[in-house]
Write a protein that binds this ligand. Sequence first.
Ligand code: GUN
Length: 300
Amino acid sequence: MSATVIDGKAFAAKVRGQVAEHVTRLKDKHEITPGLAVVLVGEDPASQVYVRSKGKMTVEVGMKSVEHKLDADTSEADLLAVIDKLNNDASIHGILVQLPLPGHLNEDLVINSIDPAKDVDGFHISNVGLLGTGQKSMVPCTPLGCLMMLRDHHGSLSGMDAVVIGRSNIVGKPMAQLLLGDSCTVTIAHSRTKDLPEVVKRADIVVAAVGRPEMVPGDWIKPGATVIDVGINRLDAPEKGEGKTRLVGDVEYDSCAAVAGAISPVPGGVGPMTIACLLANTLTACCRANGLEEPAGLTA
Ligand code: GUN
């Protein structure tokens, strides 16, 4: 069997197109422009790349984009003051504080100081609680992207066995909640899980989010299962030339693709969906803030 490739790049472009259409309608009918503010503290190169890309795509879908770049030694009080100002700015509907933050800043405190209604990352403790109790919330972007891809591929996920490998607050735990919300039977596996290959082999859906390059080989996968690879790992690739690198996921692509029914590649799978969902969340937050109907198909 050779797996269907789940093309996240194309799907993300479609989602951004839908967001852009809604933004045009909001502007034309209600004279409202959704606004997204991204706060970056310090000069982490990977974070700078993400933030640039977020800003560009925010503008491309017709939204207002604001960036706050703060020095690495910014005090907690100064960062909280920036967030407070954004919380009270009616032209801003989404606030994202890029993680990781420099070590002297308390990440939980900072995230929980964002107005939950503007928390487009879905990391605020209120949103975590709302998601966990099946109530309307802001949903973390990467798991939301995975859910959209799975729904697009399968239609209903009801009754499927899903195994999420990884228990992070950003991906693993919210992913499990979303799959449970769609009536999957969900297992969260992690580094202490006994007989991990056996556990994974039971799954109709495998979501790998461990951050370990090519950890999941094809012989752990049930024939025909759907594999969603959240990992983005950069490995040295001397075969491509000196100093060159290549991106790999958390699953061994070739061996898994030979067994799976469907698989998302790295790059071009989940990655592009994360920013698309950030834009979708900003649109959702903007509609909720203005008492307008939420766009269908762009939320959990
Ligand atoms: N750093 C890496 N990914 C993310 C993300 O999705 N949200 C935030 N806030 N920071 C990140």
